[in-house]
Design a binder for this molecule. Sequence first.
Ligand code: SF4
Length: 76
Amino acid sequence: TYVVTDNCIMCKYTDCVEVCPVDCFYEGENTLVIHPDECIDCGVCEPECPADAIRPDTEPDMEAWVEFNRKYSEQW
Ligand code: SF4
């Protein structure tokens, strides 16, 4: 899955949401979030993010961000 990280805080762009083929972005408290079970790992959103906030969970130490994204995407 891809995850939204802290660079998203206060970002006002939603380019990522518009390109996601499966609509798995949700509104968190201060950030957008990606539902980890709905993301199909296509990677299309990553280059669209002007804040470089979207990272693949294959990078080191991403577990906490996966849980953060899950928590706020499942509140709806
Ligand atoms: Fe959506 Fe693809 Fe980004 Fe996952 S990687 S959030 S499916 S655009």
